[in-house]
Design a protein around this ligand. Structure first.
Ligand code: NAD
Ligand code: UGA
Length: 467
């Protein structure tokens, strides 16, 4: 039938495009939503019950909507042509070469989407920038769209996504806010109003905020920079706590009870990971530098330097505590994803610990409930430049264990690197009995009950706490 209230196409079927469109489809049964991608493998997986990404609650939403008003396709041209609104939700990774390498975000995928739209569309569309992009990318997209030779008119909106992985469905169902930026012209405001009407199906109107394009684009970078800054701030204090004998969790509690500071995002860790925090801060740093604001650039860059320090500090502590050598020792790593409830390993801090331990010639046995071994290698190569060709014995010295008990058997140390709930439920007496002695625990998330572990006999090293 073609009595759809509206037709939406989303370019990019990844961590953002997939869940976001699934929730729009669920909340707006009269809107037709189709997610397209250049990757056939990705689209094929969305059509099965073995989805390409793991997110609690996602499969249920997809199963409810798929075939009703939610579709997945690689026929990009047809879906663009049919749509009223097109979301661009493609990856925008940090540039690896050329101008701004290592800092600027590469928006080539966004530009390519705009070119495809300009090529195949036969009617004007609303194009929504959902990817996280440098300020003024909307202008580049608009120029590419306007240079079509058919006289078509396009409106570009900025609608950054604030979902966090592991809680994507809950975040999308109940967002703190939805942000829509548009041109402050009659056509721009009308386009923004149309997108507002989509979200208004389930988001209270006062939580949908509209603004101009540049403010919207920049707000996204700033939100991530502020969040990451809190993590770096508490991690810096964890180092000071270890030096002074204070307990960082007591500090988070005391400081967080000030309403102006707030309780959330004060959990010390072995460093923040994920595909976005570092990329978006680097993007902000690069923007500051571009405008000659070197003090602002240095200020934000320090958030990343602190994160690097925290990651390195953790590996060094492991080696130092284990009599300055882990060579030939079995080490169990519980958790590899960058946070719980996801299988995503992009920029995971666990990877840097793994890299350091491999350099020390340890035998590392990794257990993570969701991470795929293949993804570990892809990310290790992409981010650390480490692969089986340049690192002999890499794949042999890293074992992916079927469960935590197997990973820990005869291990000298067990590391907690991701805060998975199931790690709290294990029989640690049984694990202790199966390990080499002294049996070390390095809890990089302060997840376990350390007094109970010490009572069993473990030597426990926790983050930001006295040993
Ligand atoms: P992703 O890598 O998971 O997915 C991107 C998808 O886009 C891939 O499947 C890729 O094949 C596809 N793609 C690339 N070029 C294409 C093209 N020309 N046409 C069609 N498809 C194309 O990336 P992601 O994690 O979903 O992130 C997407 C954007 O959203 C990024 O800009 C990111 O910064 C931002 N973001 C991510 C998150 C998150 O939690 N992952 C949250 C908020 C914002
Ligand atoms: C983050 C933001 O929270 C989202 O709002 C944003 O949309 C997203 O980035 C994005 O733009 O991609 P995400 O990276 O999925 O989401 O996950 P977070 O919960 O923010 O965690 C990021 C990292 O910080 C994780 O490694 C986590 O373990 C770490 N973290 C978080 C801490 O170490 N301590 C904390 O208190 C909180």
């Amino acid at each position: 039938s073609d009595d759809w209230e509206l037709k939406i196409c989303c370019m990019g079927a990844g961590y953002v495009g997939g869940p976001t469109m699934a929730v729009i489809a669920k909340r707006c049964p009269k809107i037709r939503v189709c997610v397209v991608d250049i990757s056939q493998k990705q689209i094929d997986a969305w059509k099965t019950d073995d989805l390409p990404i793991y997110e609690p609650g996602l499969l249920e939403v997809v199963q409810e909507c798929r075939g009703r008003n939610l579709f997945f396709s690689t026929d990009i041209a047809t879906e663009i042509e049919a749509a009223d609104i097109i979301f661009i939700s493609v990856n925008t990774p940090t540039k690896t070469q050329g101008i701004g390498a290592g800092r600027a975000a590469n928006i080539k995928n966004c530009e390519l989407c705009a070119r495809t739209i300009a090529d195949v569309a036969t009617t004007g569309k609303i194009v929504v920038e959902k990817s996280t992009v440098p300020v003024r990318t909307a202008q580049a997209i608009a120029r590419v769209l306007q240079s079509n030779e058919k006289g078509l008119k396009f409106q570009v909106l900025s609608n950054p996504e604030f979902l966090a992985e592991g809680t994507a469905i809950a975040d999308l169902m109940n967002p703190d806010r939805v942000l829509i930026g548009g041109q402050q012209s009659e056509e721009g405001l009308a386009a923004a109003a149309k997108l507002v009407s989509v979200y208004a199906h389930w988001v209270p109107r006062e939580q949908i905020i509209t603004t101009n394009l540049w403010s919207s684009e920049l707000s996204k970078l700033v939100a991530n920079a502020f969040l990451a800054q809190r993590v770096s701030s508490i991690n810096s204090i964890s180092a000071l706590c270890e030096a002074t004998g204070a307990d960082v969790l007591e500090i988070s509690r005391a400081v967080g009870m000030d309403d102006r500071i707030g309780k959330r995002f004060l959990q010390p860790s072995i460093g923040f990971g994920g595909s976005c925090f570092q990329k978006d801060i680097l993007n902000l740093v690069y923007l500051c530098e571009t405008y000659g604001l070197n003090e602002c650039a240095a200020y934000w860059n320090q958030v990343i330097l602190m994160n690097d320090f925290q990651k390195k500090r953790f590996s060094e502590k492991i080696v130092a505590s284990m009599f300055n050598t882990v060579t030939g020792k079995k080490i169990a790593m519980l958790g590899y994803a960058f946070k719980k409830d996801t299988g995503d390993v992009r920029e995971t801090p666990s990877m840097f610990v793994l890299r350091d331990l491999v350099h020390e010639q340890a035998n590392v046995h990794v257990y993570d409930p969701q991470v795929k071994r293949e993804d570990m290698w892809i990310e290790m190569d992409y981010t650390c430049g480490m692969n089986k060709d340049n690192t002999p014995r890499l794949e042999e010295s890293v074992v992916t264990a079927p469960d935590a008990y197997a990973a820990c058997e005869k291990a000298h140390a067990l590391l907690i690197l991701t805060e998975w709930d199931e790690f709290k439920t294990y029989d640690y007496k049984k694990i202790y009995d199966s390990m080499m002695k002294p049996a070390f625990v390095f809890d990089g998330r302060n997840l376990l009950d350390h007094d109970a572990l010490r009572a069993i006999g473990f030597e426990v090293h926790a983050l930001g706490k006295p040993d």
